[in-house]
Ligand binder design. Structure first.
Ligand code: DAH
Length: 350
C-alpha cells in the first residue's frame, strides 16, 4: 500500500463489485462485433481492467475481509469470464451477414419489362388476329428468289438498287430487306384462302440517323382468296388504324408503286399529334405514312403456282418503328436500339 492511501473499505468494495456486474452484463449483450467484445473484456478483465483493480486492492484488507470479499470477487470474475465466452460463441456461430437491420430500406431489384417495339408488335398482331389473320415468322437470311425474283423484282430492276441497299452474304444469300418474302414462302405451301401477318426484323444498308436504322422491323400482311378487292384492303387498314390510334384518325390510300402490287398505294393517316393541322411530327403535311400496300400482282400469284384468273389478293407492309414512334410520340428511331433503361422503362402494355 502506498503512503497516504487509506485501506479500502469493505462496503465500498462490495458496492464496486455490484456496480461492475450491473455495468458489464448488459454491455456484453450490447456489443455488435467480436472486436467490441474483446475491447470490453480488456476494459474489465484485462491487466489494467476495472475488476482486476478491485481484485488487486483486496490484498490491503484484513484477512477475514479478504477471504469473504475475495470470494465474491472471484465468483464475479468467473461469471464475467463465462459471459464473455458465451457471447464470443454467438459471434462465431453466426456469420456477420446474419445480422439483419430490419429498419434498413429494402433494395429494389430492377424489374425487366417488354421493349416498346415488342409491345407495339404484340398489339398490332392482336388487332389483325382479331380480324382473322394468322401469325407467321420467317427466316432473316433469304435467297434472291424470295427477297426479289418471286416478288416481281427481277435482276436489273431499279427497285433492287434504289429501294434497297442490301446486306449480301456468301452463296447468293442476303439479309432480307423486307418481310414480303414470306408472302411467297407461305403461298408456295398453302392453297387459298391465305390470310396471314408476318412481323419480323429486316435489314438495309441505310444510314443510322433519327429516322433510319440498318436494322428495323416490319409487319407484312397478305390476304388471297376469290373476290378479294381493293375495298377490302382499305376497310381492313382503316379498321386497323382506328384500333391502334383511336377512332378519331382518318385514313387514306395514296397512289404509289411497288413491283409486287398493282395497283399500289401508301397508307396514310391524319396526324395523331395535330389532328391534321400540320406540326413538326407530320412535317406540316397533316398526314403520317404508315407503310405500303396494294393488290397482289398477278405475276406474283403465277410465281407461286396460284390460278391468278380465279384468285385475287391484297398485301401490305407496315413499319413497326414508325407505328411505335407515332403511337408514343418518339422523335428518334435510335432510341429503340440504345438500350437506355431511362427510355425503356417508360413503356407498358397498350
Ligand atoms: N416491302 C415493301 C417495303 O419494304 C413494303 C410493302 C409495300 C409491302 C407494298 C407490301 C406491299 O406487302 O403490298 O418497302
Amino acid at each position: 500500500m502506498q503512503a497516504g492511501q487509506h485501506p479500502p473499505k469493505k462496503s465500498d468494495l462490495l458496492k464496486a463489485l455490484d456496480l461492475l456486474k450491473e455495468e458489464v452484463i448488459p454491455a456484453i449483450a450490447d456489443v455488435r462485433s467480436q472486436n467490441e467484445l474483446e475491447a470490453l473484456r480488456v476494459r474489465y478483465l484485462g491487466r489494467k481492467g476495472k475488476l482486476t483493480a478491485v481484485l488487486r486492492s483486496i490484498k490491503d484488507l484484513s484477512e477475514d475481509e479478504r477471504r469473504r470479499i475475495g470470494q465474491r470477487a472471484n465468483v464475479l470474475k468467473q461469471e464475467l469470464t463465462n459471459a464473455f465466452a458465451e457471447r464470443i460463441e454467438g459471434f462465431q456461430e453466426k456469420p456477420k451477414t446474419s445480422y439483419i437491420d430490419v429498419t434498413l430500406p429494402g433494395r429494389r431489384r430492377h424489374l425487366g419489362r417488354k421493349h416498346p417495339l415488342t409491345i407495339v408488335t404484340n398489339r398490332i398482331v392482336e388487332i389483325f388476329v382479331g380480324m382473322g389473320f394468322e401469325e407467321y415468322l420467317g427466316p432473316e437470311i433469304e435467297t434472291d428468289w424470295y427477297n426479289f425474283e418471286a416478288l416481281n423484282i427481277p435482276e436489273g430492276h431499279p427497285a433492287r438498287g434504289e429501294m434497297f441497299g442490301n446486306f449480301y452474304l456468301p452463296g447468293g444469300l442476303l439479309l432480307r430487306s423486307h418481310t414480303s418474302p414470306m408472302q411467297i414462302r407461305v403461298m408456295e405451301n398453302t392453297e387459298p384462302p391465305v390470310r396471314i401477318i408476318v412481323p419480323g426484323r429486316t435489314y438495309r444498308r441505310d444510314a443510322f440517323d433519327a429516322s433510319h436504322s440498318p436494322v428495323f422491323y416490319q409487319l407484312e400482311g397478305l390476304y388471297v382468296d376469290e373476290g378479294v378487292s381493293f375495298a377490302d384492303l382499305k376497310g381492313t387498314l382503316q379498321r386497323f388504324s382506328k384500333e391502334l390510334f383511336g377512332e378519331g384518325v382518318t385514313t387514306k390510300l395514296r397512289p404509289s408503286y411497288f413491283p409486287f402490287t398493282e395497283p399500289s398505294a401508301e397508307l396514310i393517316v391524319s396526324c395523331v399529334r395535330c389532328n391534321g393541322e400540320g406540326c413538326k411530327v407530320c412535317a406540316h403535311t397533316g398526314w403520317l405514312e404508315l407503310g405500303g400496300c396494294g393488290i397482289v400482282h398477278p405475276q406474283v400469284l403465277r410465281n407461286v403456282g396460284y390460278d391468278y384468273e380465279r384468285y385475287t389478293g391484297y398485301a401490305f407492309g407496315l413499319g413497326i418503328e414508325r407505328l411505335a414512334m407515332i403511337r408514343y410520340g418518339i422523335d428518334d428511331i435510335r432510341r429503340f436500339y440504345a438500350n437506355d433503361l431511362r427510355f425503356l422503362d417508360q413503356f407498358s402494355e397498350i
